[in-house]
Ligand binder design. Structure first.
Ligand SMILES: Nc1ncnc2c1ncn2[C@@H]1O[C@H](COP(=O)(O)OP(=O)(O)OP(=O)(O)O)[C@@H](O)[C@H]1O
Length: 396
């Protein structure tokens, strides 16, 4: 976190270190290394009707609401310019929103800034997250110390993170001499070094090779499952979203267009599409009949077979279509359901005319946190907390 008005690019900020005053104010309950727990029963993060406009007309975040349950990983997904970074910065108090409310573990970040951000870590994309002249190990110790972690426990946790994120080999190398991916992993390790229960990560896999991205995914799942860490991350990487996130909030043009589990979102777009392989090549007459009576997405000769893709409204309709094929003297070699993958779901959700989730509840959580009107708090208390200063987000 960062004190109001501070230069966002400073190392302590974006590696998730709290502002100095927050560190001073952090609770030291006898065992400073004891991991704080969010046990108030409140959502770990609650965002209500958050709105941010840059200048006169760039509405980067437009009435966004969602909750994040403790110990879950929630992905923010959206095309370039959808508002993900602005949203994360607004939640972190690095950008002053025009309206809305944010609670962390039930504490209003604008009313009680120090308390709200006490157990929050963050890694922001494109910012200098770590001290480049220090080695990886030194950075880990530095950020753990900022979090008031007992030095012995900090060392132990630091070594664990070095192992898990495959950084041991470079542990004593100055960050300046590392590849971009290694720097990214170091920044992440530093964010995690304090063992905070809520972590925000903006594009954490950016610049990572496949192996590093996989170890990062494992680590994020482990944090949620073994340490009940709440993680909010933004990513363009569908693999990360699909394998790491419990839930995904999809943004488009500053608005929430979907808020549900990956599986539920896939189900939303599960058309009844089937791939049918027909023995032999179908003639023009059968082709015309199928096209007339059914939605034929594809009909193509492949070797001695014909590959069809059909969209049907019911199993009965599928059987009727297959009956037409059989009546024409063909055998049906195979029938497979064709579901959209998550990338396709995402593209369809973020199409300009996609209906917001509030209009089309899906899955088992129809409220989904997407209803901007629900319980909206439309006023940022002016002059309160970290945001009483100037808008520090104008860094682009
Ligand atoms: N400091 C700023 N001043 C003016 N406009 C800004 C500023 N920061 C972001 N914007 C604009 O706000 C909108 C949302 O940008 P933001 O960076 O939040 O989106 P994003 O989803 O994080 O994009 P990306 O995936 O490309 O990082 C864009 O139109 C962007 O140009």
């Amino acid at each position: 976190m960062q004190p109001p008005g501070a230069d966002e690019g400073t190392a302590a900020t974006s590696a998730g270190a709290e502002p100095p005053e927050a560190v001073d104010g952090a609770a030291t309950d006898g065992d400073a290394a004891t991991r704080p727990h969010l046990d108030s029963g409140a959502a770990a993060v609650s965002v209500r009707n958050l709105t941010k406009t840059y200048g006169d007309d760039v509405r980067a975040v437009d009435g966004v609401s969602f909750d994040v349950e403790p110990g879950t990983v929630v992905g923010l997904l959206g095309p370039n310019g959808a508002g993900k970074t602005t949203l994360i910065k607004s939640v972190l108090g690095l950008v002053l929103p025009d309206a809305g409310a944010v609670d962390i573990d039930g504490v209003d970040v604008y009313a009680d800034t120090r308390e709200a951000y006490r157990h929050v870590g963050a890694m922001l994309e494109g910012a200098r997250n770590v001290y480049w002249r220090l080695t990886v190990r030194e950075n880990l110790r530095f950020f753990a110390a900022l979090g008031d972690v007992d030095p012995a426990k900090a060392r132990e946790r630091g070594e664990e993170l070095l192992d898990r994120l495959d950084l041991q080999e470079k542990a004593d190398t100055p960050v300046n001499d590392l590849s971009r991916g290694m720097k990214q992993k170091t920044a992440l390790a530093c964010t995690l070094s304090r063992g905070v229960p809520v972590v925000f990560l903006d594009e954490p896999t950016l610049g990572l090779d496949v192996e590093s991205s996989l170890s990062l995914r494992r680590e994020l799942r482990r944090l949620a499952e073994d340490e009940s860490t709440t993680v909010v991350l933004s990513s363009h990487d569908m693999g990360v979203i699909e394998t790491v996130c419990d839930r995904v909030v999809v943004l488009s043009e500053g608005r929430v267009v979907a808020d549900d589990s990956v599986a539920a979102l896939k189900a939303l777009f599960r058309t009844q599409r089937y791939r049918v392989v027909v023995d032999g090549r179908i003639d023009d007459r059968l082709d015309a009949r199928l096209r007339r009576e059914y939605e034929v997405i594809r009909s193509e000769p492949v070797g001695d077979t014909t590959h069809l893709e059909l969209a049907v409204e019911s199993g009965r309709e599928l059987h009727a279509a297959l009956g037409a094929v059989l009546d024409a003297g063909h055998e049906v070699a195979s029938v497979d359901a064709a579901d959209p993958d998550f990338e396709e779901v995402f593209l369809r959700l973020t199409e300009r005319d996609a209906a917001p989730v509030t209009d089309a509840p899906v899955g088992d959580d129809p409220e989904g946190g997407a209803d901007a009107a629900n319980g909206a708090d439309t006023g940022v208390r002016p002059g309160s907390g970290a945001n009483s200063g100037a808008d520090v987000g104008a860094d682009r």
